[in-house]
Design a protein around this ligand. Structure first.
Ligand code: S3P
Length: 439
């Protein structure tokens, strides 16, 4: 895999007509969970389609450092689970999650329940992200956690004998919070209950069931109940393609003339497919075909054709299921006809960067008329001029601006692109195969 340079230039092609299948790599959320749940299970879990990106490899190394043997055989990973009670103190005492909020928040649920001491930390961006959202419920469960005064990482976990089950109403729709509590809940005596204000991605619930756990999932009342003390049994995990990675090229297909891209084997779980709903409301021509259900996840091929996009007011019901796709949706809005308005999306300020500010600053530099709101943005669609923008080390902002470069009047130079490796190591390779070279 080619290394990704820090500054990249995306130059508009005269005529970009696309007509092919696109296979994007494995889903990031499911890949993280395959290593954690596989490591906690009894027996050998076989994972195919694992996303070999920096974030998921950090989680894999974290589990290895606690005594889980993980080996690659052909294109599969074999995770030799040690059982829930079989983890050992991390080799150096510390776990490095790199840039990954998912890795840190999910692993914290496990570390908080161990009878050994540990510490978890990340890079500059991750160490600045809010951890109070997991510290609070974990402390109610009896975890002993030390953080800095802003409730940020590094987090230090003291040994505990047992956690208490919790009935927790999460104030935010966050799969990371929900998953952290469920993982900690595996180590509690009684029933753990987590409720959320909107449905966040439900891979942890699906996968725990795949590993043989009993859960009571009430989608109507947005509540999950799980008895503690259950054991996980090794299974086979087939990781589908990541809709969050496909989203960049879905927007590319919509905006290109005479084009049709078919995304193969995509995870279109309704808690993840908000980007398709939003693009369709904007006028996109998208078909979902060959749909099947595998281990609780809907998988399908998604056909996206050239479309005339127009601005919309984004319905709040789609925010949670499109939470990672807003950077590229903002690019779609900037090139659509008319105004797009997003509100109710304060969470975007808490991601790998403040995605509202980073995208608004970049779009303004490219001549777009947009206006930041506290919890969203207003974007007037039209043309993009080209220029120099900064992703602020945010992989999804970087890839979004690079796609924008194909439709701008002049090249777009994007600074700080290295973190594309955290989620989509072959992004540039796919760009090249589609006929545009980013240098
Ligand atoms: C993720 C949950 C989401 C998402 C992140 C991956 C997960 O975060 O933004 O990229 O795998 O659980 P929140 O739980 O903070 O919404």
């Amino acid at each position: 895999m080619a290394e990704i340079k820090n500054t990249l230039i995306s130059t508009p092609q005269k005529k970009l007509e696309l007509n092919c299948d696109v296979v994007v790599p494995g889903d990031k959320s499911i890949s993280h969970r395959s290593m954690i749940l596989g490591g906690l299970a009894e027996g050998v879990t076989e994972v195919s389609g694992f996303l070999e990106s920096a974030d998921c490899l950090s989680t894999m190394r974290a589990m290895q450092s606690m005594g889980v043997k993980i080996v690659k055989k052909d294109d599969k990973y074999l995770v030799h689970g040690v059982g829930k009670g079989g983890l050992k103190p991390p080799k150096s005492g510390k776990i490095d999650c790199g840039n990954s909020g998912t890795g840190m928040r999910l692993l914290s649920g496990v570390l908080a329940a161990q009878n050994f001491e540990s510490e978890i930390f990340g890079d500059k961006s991750l160490n600045a992200r809010p951890m109070g959202r997991i510290i609070k419920p974990l402390e109610i469960m009896g975890a002993i956690i030390e953080s800095d005064e802003n409730e940020t990482a590094p987090l230090k976990f003291s040994p505990v004998e047992k956690l208490k089950a919790v009935n927790y109403q999460s104030p935010i729709a966050s799969a990371q919070v929900k998953s952290c509590i469920l993982l900690a809940g595996l180590y509690a005596d009684c029933e753990t209950v987590v409720s959320e204000p909107k449905l966040s991605r439900d891979h942890t619930e699906n996968m725990l069931q795949g590993f043989g756990c009993q859960l009571d999932v009430d989608k109507q009342n947005l509540t999950v109940k799980m008895h503690g003390g259950q054991t996980l049994k090794a299974t086979k995990v087939v990781v589908p393609a990541d809709i969050s990675s496909a989203a960049f090229f879905m927007v590319l297909a919509c905006l290109s003339e005479n084009s049709q891209l078919t995304f193969k084997n995509l995870c279109v779980n309704p808690s993840r497919s908000g980007v398709i709903d939003i693009l369709k409301l904007m006028g996109a021509d998208i078909d979902i075909v060959n749909e099947t259900v595998n281990a609780g996840e809907s998988i399908a091929d998604v056909v996206v054709k050239s479309s005339q996009l127009h601005g919309i007011e984004i319905p709040h019901e789609y925010i949670a299921s499109a939470i990672d796709e807003f950077p590229i949706l903002f690019i779609a809005a900037s090139l659509a006809k008319g105004e797009t308005k997003l509100t109710g999306a304060m969470e975007l300020r808490k991601k790998e960067s403040d995605r509202i500010t980073v995208m608004a600053d970049g779009l303004k530099k490219l001549g777009c008329d947009c206006h930041e709101l506290e919890d969203g943005i207003i974007i007037k669609g039209g043309k993009l001029s080209g220029g120099i923008v900064d992703s602020e080390d945010d992989h999804r902002c970087a890839m979004s601006f690079l796609i924008a470069g194909q439709f701008a009047e002049n090249p777009i130079t994007v600074k700080n692109c290295e973190n594309i490796m955290t989620s989509f190591p072959n992004f540039l390779e796919i760009c090249k195969n589609l006929g545009f070279d980013i240098v």
